[in-house]
Ligand binder design. Sequence first.
Ligand SMILES: *[C@@H]1O[C@H](CO)[C@@H](O)[C@H](O)[C@H]1NC(C)=O
Ligand SMILES: *[C@@H]1O[C@H](CO)[C@@H](O)[C@H](O)[C@H]1NC(C)=O
Ligand SMILES: *[C@@H]1O[C@H](CO)[C@@H](O)[C@H](O)[C@H]1NC(C)=O
Length: 485
Amino acid sequence: MGIFSKAFVLLLVLVSLLYMVFSVNGIGANWGTQATHRLPPDVVVRMLRDNGIQKVKLFDADYDTLKALGKSGIEVMVGIPNDMLASLAGSMKAAEKWVSKNVSSHLTTNNVNIRYVAVGNEPFLATYNGSFLRTTYPALQNVQAALIKAGLSNQVKVTCPLNADVYASASGLPSGGDFRADIHDFVLQIVKLLSDNGAPFAVNIYPFISLYSDPNFPIEYAFFDGNSSPVNDGGTNYYNMFDANHDTLVWALQKNGFGNLPIIIGEIGWPTDGDRNANLNYAQRFNQGFMSHTTGGKGTPMRPGPVDAYLFSLIDEDAKSIQPGNFERHWGVFYFNGQPKYSLNLGTTNSGLVPASGVQTLEQKWCIFRPNAKLDDPQVAPTVSYACALGDCTSLGYQTSCGSLDVQGNISYAYNSYYQINNQLDSACKFEGLATVTRSDPSVGSCKFQIQIKPYYGGAAQRLRSIQKTLCSILFLVLFLWTTQ
Ligand SMILES: *[C@@H]1O[C@H](CO)[C@@H](O)[C@H](O)[C@H]1NC(C)=O
Ligand SMILES: *[C@@H]1O[C@H](CO)[C@@H](O)[C@H](O)[C@H]1NC(C)=O
Ligand SMILES: *[C@@H]1O[C@H](CO)[C@@H](O)[C@H](O)[C@H]1NC(C)=O
């Protein structure tokens, strides 16, 4: 092997290492874990890498998740859940402990590329009735102080992902944007802290929610195809809600003296089930539209340039609260088992979304309503409610993926969901004698009767990781010997 090809191999290795260290562009993804069966962290990290996703946003600081992200080069935003805000607000010691355990140790011992700490998650959401209004800022202050004390404040930035309704526009136009009067001073306090520390404002923008909560919302305006009639703001035309909403924030920041504060889109996406407007077509259209709209580096009229955004979300989460709506469990670009839902070009691979590999599923069997059971059996209603309460029936209902099942189909769907969530236990397919196990797939059309994945227990994945690590070291050794011979 010639000196040139050896040099070339070394160059390739160097370039890929540099790429891993410095690359910050491209789309990020939210990785939530509120699922009855989570994919093993290693599988998810491999899936992220296979899909060229270089940034993830987490909602907590789960040890196994962070460990799996170690050495991947992937940029990480760790999260502090709202229920921890009060204790972090009340105690500098608690904030120091949090930073030490959940940031410092992962940076130093596990090589996790932590770049941000999200303090709270949409803490000013109306449904929280102001519960976190007074704890968010002091928690942010303490975490920031702890990062400074740990010597990490240049490397790791704080932020506080807020929902887009913390600002509004009296005129309905972006230029009328300001922070909502009732929380104006609370938001401004946060904005000032972020600005003082070179940290970004993180906002979650959801055209789907606008459409869901307002039946008169012009649907075309939610998408990026430019088919809606534009909104004219002093000569600037807005063709989609994202740009207008984003720029309402820019105006709000500018009006309060922070016109240059960087903005991160903490969450953006579209669900695929659980509502008449939540389907594969719309989700594909929205997410692909967003990708095309932002990858050109065009930005919005008020902020030309690249948009820093995290898709919501990576994987479906079947244990999320459905208080906001049945769509809440269907935000993933991937299904719970790591299979892509639709074709989406993230601009990172040649082949669209790459499915998760090495996923272990349960057996090919389902629980259904016994064919000869009576529909008027008094046990039907209570067993179905029981199954839906502990399982997931959010794909049943008007214009959802299983919305056109007949009554038997509905009952079977509910029973099967409960059965799968309980790992196909025989005792989870009884339902007072109304149910039976079948090996023939009851799925019809768009309605998929699930087979769950095998439950994940931390330890097994860790053993696999150490095998991978060994293989990796051997590979590097071979490469080293081969290039230096
Ligand atoms: C670190 O984060 C985890 C997960 O969010 C949390 O349960 C734990 O309490 C945190 N550790 C400290 C010392 O605050
Ligand atoms: C908010 O207030 C409503 C109505 O008063 C109540 O039902 C709900 O439980 C409250 N939520 C929280 C998080 O306190
Ligand atoms: C199936 O269940 C859904 C949700 O409970 C309900 O809205 C629908 O009417 C049911 N369909 C039939 C045919 O019973």
